[in-house]
Design a protein. Structure first.
Lengths: 341, 344, 538
């Protein structure tokens, strides 16, 4: 594919005229319908364990969306989003200890993670893209040793269990035997809520400001956009979003430890965001699908001991074949010829 | 073990072994820590140099630099190790093949390392030609993504081929327990001196290359104005390939030296990566001598900050990281880097 | 935001990174508190330990022929005979084991252990309230159609993938048993299902949940400290046994709070006691400084806690310098220099994995091995090919409490009837005898698993989970893979650790092998139970 065509493909995915953006295209409607069916079916056909696994994937999508918002829409490379998952998870575990209701604890933990993101990120915003990747990478590496030192908060070196007994359906739903369905539903609802928030954000003035900052930062300033506030806002929201993913993870799989939130988590989130398609909402979903399909395929082929080779090769190939990620591929196919908009 | 209190005669004969002299000898301890910082600093500097070379010739921060070097290091290991088990251990992959096909196998360590450097150059050229070149002009994001993909891929390949065991790489510099200069009660290892000497030689050669040759001129032209350079006839592609080849060669040298200084396993370069990145950043991402200075600073920070600033030793990552962040905010172009100009 | 303010924030940020590192005092306090609690329990044991060590030492001094020699030089010259090389034929061994099993069965029946209403009673005052088990719980869960379904989670991928070989070896032994009569009078066949958790604790949780849901295995055996921790609560709540966990953590000896969980191998806490008691026995004049390199993870801190509590009660150990290191550290030079500066008499490495090798090398290069009288490697660093041999001469003279097991790859056991038979079987199963982990699975873990199952199958009511736990908690036999003199047994709530003894071995760099020095030291029954609290300790 020629460079121009590729660029157009990328642009086509990431930018749409504002008036159009708010409407759902037919493609999107179909996509959403497929998605709706895909998520409604499982509780009826899968086992409790499989449904819990699916819930975890749904939560992972949320974490990847957080990376997407920051890296895809705002252009700030983050190789350290695993930290926010960890902060959200630990915060949730501890707030539950205080006897708080799950909902309140979840909201507080989310807000806390957003604040942490803001504090950690603000000075880092002063550095340019490439350097930001460095700093976030360093932060991801520093998080586990730091977490190990916090004893009772994080379970120290051994980790700790989370008290998720309260994560059950309200009695009027009589889902006592199917607590996993309730949990699945909650995960879906929370993630869907964040998707709606993100979509509205993207299509708002702030969203356009973010994209301008991404594409041409010096020019953005001349347009009257406060680059600082735009970046800070994106950072806080992205961190909060990913923090919610951590919150959900803590109560789904009730064990948290420093080892769960290492640099590999951050790299995986980033890789998923890229493969799925930066700067798209659907990209988060595609990315997670890729994340799970690759080890499954690798396990089936049984050629290689580690998934790393397939993953690394996949990431490289994607950058050539589909620079806009899987989402970009779909956009391209849907339109046939790239649309010079 | 010796009986308590005895003094062994070791080293250049200048000073006796430390033994109990450390206790209470604060200056000696401080000096020893400085030497330790120089030791680890040398290791970081060697990888930082490879990172700087890539940045200098392409403007790209290559996260996979360490892994490319790692592969070279294992190639050196395969060339210098005899076939069959090393003692009770598991044989090193490829040595059986090597002993059949490669004459005079196993090679002396210096020869194996030189061959690894050549391999590194080859690897760098191949990567540049088939993976990086098609991406020229693309966004920073794409290039970062590819280097991260390369990191994961090459690390996976090394794991797959050579397994997870730690291996001792025979060092060209004597690295036994008695191989050090005893200076004022502290130990300065031969390895430290040897690696620094090697790095300085490499720097001098690089400097000659960059300042005195046409290729070096081409480097400078490309990084300051790529399109302009192409317009005036600079062979951009060829120059980039050379840049990658050199950087990867240095990376392979770094891995071999690191393997000789400590040990080599698939995670070695990965564990070092953040320190080398910090060193390169502090020194200036496009300055070779900056890489050296940065390596020294990071090594010293790691050795001196925990004991003298009361930072817990298990948080050894934090002082170098803090130093890097400080520099990025206060002086992003590092100590010796060129100040960038932002054009709209 | 003004430039100045941002710069100020930046400086604060950078400093905060540094400052957070400094603010760790509370953790040290917590560790000290729990150390004090454990110290009381350990203190009683300490006196007995000294006696035990003294006895062992005395025996060796008197018996030159038998013993492998008390001095390092002797150990290197002589053929080690006290390694417990067994020459009884396998057939006779099998008969011995069968007799012993019958004895245990008789004892259990005589004592009347078993289920009475809702209470399960076992040896040593051990009781379990079965009323809290799930409504759909079955005592014979996992025994289906003449098959015993066993679950095993382990690391088969990732950096620790070699641990997965233990399960493979264990499976090989189960295949042998299946082909030779199976378990119990009905010849039940063992069906071992191994699941890969890549050493990730949340993955273990998922796998265990899956196993409980779909297979309802008879028991689930977990590998790895964090992994075992993460599912311990679930398994105990579900009244599913979690036997012989493949980790040396001391938290598995908690028969009152987690009755369905046990460990098997020498625990880190007991190993620390061994170090401490060895020091006390060898430095009667006192004034000993110890330098300890501690890995900042579950291994290292378990050792640190055990040793610190011992040291606090000890009049011989004057000072311990603990230096922790980052598990992902590229070098250990800085840490070892700090340790060297503390003027130690003894160096102990409390680490695991590749840093074992780095520790050996750096101990030599920083001069620690020249200063100290003794240097210890932890039992988890025993593997020669991975951790000792690449260091060359630097490892010469290091001591280790190896865990008490005969090394199946060690040529001195070629004449041992059990080990040679074990290696034959492993080879027949198509596995490489040079890889020690297969033997670990086949012998160390596989053998006792089968013994306990056999005993349980003979109890009233046949094989059931409750009978199995009684058998396990009563188990006391001569493990053929253990060195002679090390007991293999527990006793309900009185003794919840199967192995509490070890050999003392010294590394010979020229031969690249561990040679047993002196006799074995056994602290059977002296390790305190451990009620573990997350983030704090026992």
């Amino acid at each position: 594919m020629s460079t121009t065509a590729r660029n157009q493909q990328v642009a086509a995915v990431q930018d749409r005229p504002p008036s159009e953006a708010k409407k759902l295209t037919t493609r999107s409607r179909i996509g959403l319908a497929v998605l709706a069916i895909a998520v409604i079916i499982p509780p009826f056909v899968t086992t409790a364990l499989e449904l819990t696994k699916l819930s975890r994937l749904v939560v992972l999508v949320l974490a990847v969306l957080g990376v997407n918002l920051l890296t895809g829409y705002t252009g700030l490379i983050s190789l350290g989003h695993g930290v926010f998952v960890g902060v959200g998870a630990f915060a949730m575990a501890n707030l539950i200890d205080q006897g708080m209701s799950l909902y309140l604890a979840g909201i507080l933990a989310t807000l806390f993670t957003g604040a942490v993101g803001l504090v950690l990120g603000l000075p880092a915003l002063r550095v340019r893209g490439l350097y930001l990747a460095l700093v976030t990478f360093g932060t991801a590496l520093a998080f586990p040793p730091f977490a190990r030192r916090l004893g009772t908060l994080t379970g120290g070196v051994n980790g700790r269990t989370v008290d998720n007994e309260a994560f059950v359906a309200p009695s009027f739903l009589s889902l006592d035997d199917h607590v996993h369905i309730w949990r699945y539903g909650v995960c879906l609802a929370v993630v869907a809520l964040w998707f709606v928030i993100t979509r509205n954000l993207i299509n708002s003035r702030m969203g356009r400001a973010l994209r301008t900052v991404r594409d041409n930062e010096p020019a953005a300033a001349t347009f009257g956009i406060s680059v600082r506030y735009a970046k800070a806002g994106a950072l806080a929201i992205s961190a909060a979003m990913t923090g919610t993913a951590g919150v959900m993870q803590a109560i789904l799989n009730p064990y948290v430890s420093h080892a769960s939130f290492d640099s590999f988590l951050s790299l995986r989130l980033y890789a998923a965001a890229v493969i799925g398609g930066l700067g798209t909402l659907a990209g988060a979903i595609y990315g997670v699908l890729a994340l799970i399909l690759i080890p499954t395929i690798n396990g089936a082929i049984e050629l290689l001991d580690s998934d790393a080779i397939v993953f690394g090769a996949g990431l490289i190939i994607m950058t050539f074949v589909a620079p806009a990620g899987i989402a970009g591929l779909f956009e391209g196919w849907g339109r046939g010829k790239p649309d010079p908009s | 073990m010796t009986q308590p209190g005895s003094d062994d005669e070791i080293g250049f004969g200048l000073v006796r072994t430390l033994g109990r002299q450390f206790n209470g000898a604060l200056m000696e301890l401080f000096l020893q820590r400085c030497f330790d910082g120089m030791f680890t600093g040398a290791i970081y500097a060697s990888l930082a140099l490879a990172i700087v070379m890539i940045f200098r010739s392409t403007g790209l921060l290559n996260f996979a630099q360490g892994e490319m070097g790692l592969m070279g290091g294992f190639v050196a290991l395969t060339l210098m190790s005899p076939a069959g088990s090393s003692g009770i251990g598991i044989p090193i992959a490829g040595t059986a093949l090597a002993s059949t096909w490669i004459p005079f196998h196993p090679w002396p360590s210096w020869a194996a390392i030189l061959a690894a450097v050549a391999f590194g150059a080859l690897l760098g050229s191949v990567v540049e030609r088939f993976i990086m070149r098609p991406l020229t002009g693309k966004s920073t994001l794409s290039q970062v993504n590819v280097t991260i993909g390369l990191l994961i891929l090459i690390n996976g390949i090394v794991f797959q081929v050579w397994g997870s065991f730690s291996r001792r790489v025979e060092s060209p510099f004597p690295n036994g327990k008695d191989d050090f200069f005893g200076l004022f009660g502290a130990r300065l290892r031969y390895t430290t001196v040897g690696v620094w000497a090697t790095l300085i030689v490499v720097i001098i050669l690089l400097n000659l290359l960059i300042q005195k040759t046409k290729t070096g001129l081409a480097f400078r032209a490309i990084t300051s104005n790529r399109e302009g350079a192409a317009l005036v006839g600079v062979k951009v592609n060829r120059t980039q390939t050379i840049g990658w080849a050199i950087a990867a060669a240095i990376g392979a040298l770094a891995a071999s030296l690191v393997g000789g200084a400590i040990t080599l396993n698939p995670l070695t370069m990965l564990n070092m990566l953040i320190y080398a990145l910090a060193a390169a950043t502090i020194g200036g991402l496009d300055s070779p001598k900056g890489a050296i200075a940065g390596g020294l600073i990071i090594g010293l920070t790691q050795s001196l900050a925990p004991p003298y600033l009361g930072i817990p030793t298990e948080l050894t990552l934090l002082p170098p990281l803090a130093a890097m962040v400080l520099f990025l905010i206060v002086r992003p172009h590092g100590l010796f880097g060129t100040v960038p100009v932002n054009r709209v | 935001m003004s430039k100045k303010l941002t710069r100020l924030l930046a400086v604060i940020f950078a400093l905060s990174l540094v400052a957070t590192a400094c603010g760790s005092d509370s953790v040290t306090d917590t560790v000290s508190d729990t150390a004090n609690d454990v110290a009381d329990a350990a203190g009683d044991a300490a006196d007995d330990i000294e006696e035990g060590v003294d006895d062992a030492m005395d025996d060796d001094a008197m018996d030159d022929d038998e013993a492998a020699g008390g001095a390092v030089e002797d150990a290197m010259d002589e053929e080690v005979q006290d390694g417990g090389v067994v020459t009884t034929s396998i057939a006779d061994l099998e008969a011995e084991w069968a007799d012993r099993r019958a004895e245990i069965v008789a004892d259990i029946k005589a004592a009347g252990y078993g289920v009475d209403g809702d209470t399960l009673t076992g040896p040593g005052g051990w009781t379990v309230d079965l009323s809290s088990c799930p409504a759909d719980w079955s005592d014979t869960g996992g025994i289906v159609d003449g098959t015993i379904k066993l679950g095993h989670t382990t690391a088969q991928s990732g950096a620790l993938a070699s641990y997965g070989n233990i399960g493979v070896g264990m499976g090989a032994y189960f295949d042998y048993v299946n082909a030779n009569g199976g378990i119990g009078p009905d010849g039940l066949q063992i069906d071992l299902q191994i699941k890969d958790d890549a050493y990730v604790a949340t993955q273990t949780q998922e796998l265990v949940a899956e196993l409980l849901q779909t297979e309802d295995p008879f028991y689930i055996q977990t590998l790895g400290s964090p992994n075992t921790f993460s599912v311990q609560g679930t398994l105990n709540e579900n009244c599913v046994p979690q036997p012989m966990s493949m980790t040396g953590h001391q938290a598995w000896g908690d028969p009152d709070n987690n009755p369905w969980t046990t460990g098997l191998q020498l625990s880190y806490a007991t190993e620390s006691l061994l170090w401490g008691s060895w020091i006390e026995a060898n430095f009667p004049d006192g004034g000993v400084n110890v330098a300890a390199l501690v890995m900042d993870n579950d291994f290292g801190l378990a050792y640190e806690q055990g040793f610190e509590s011992f040291a606090e009660e000890s009049s011989i150990i004057e000072n311990v310098e603990f230096v922790r290191h980052d598990p992902a550290a590229a070098t250990l030079t800085n840490e070892m220099t700090t340790l060297a500066a503390s003027n130690p008499n003894v160096f102990i490495a409390m680490t695991a994995g590749n840093p074992c090798l780095l520790a050996v090398e750096e101990a030599a290069r920083t001069g620690i091995t020249d200063i100290v009288d003794a240097a210890f490697m932890p039992s988890v660093c025993k593997t020669i090919s991975a951790y000792m041999s690449p260091a060359g001469d630097a490892g010469d003279g290091f001591l280790i409490f190896g865990g008490g097991w005969k090394d199946s790859t060690d040529p001195q056991y070629e004449t041992d009837s059990y080990i040679s038979w074990l290696n034959d079987q492993i080879e027949a199963a198509g596995l490489d005898t040079a890889v020690g982990t297969y033997a670990t699975g086949f012998g160390q873990f596989g053998w006792p698993a089968v013994q306990a199952l056999q005993i349980a199958a003979e109890l009233d009511g046949g094989l059931s989970r409750t009978n199995y736990m009684i058998a396990l908690r009563s188990l006391r036999m001569d493990h053929p893979g253990l060195l002679e003199g090390i007991a293999f047994g527990q006793d309900g709530s009185n003794d919840s650790y199967l192995v509490e003894g070890s050999d003392l071995s010294v590394y010979n760099a020229a031969d690249e092998s561990w040679l047993i020095e002196g006799g074995v030291i056994d602290l059977d029954g002296q390790s305190a139970n451990c009620a573990w609290v997350a983030g704090e300790g026992c």
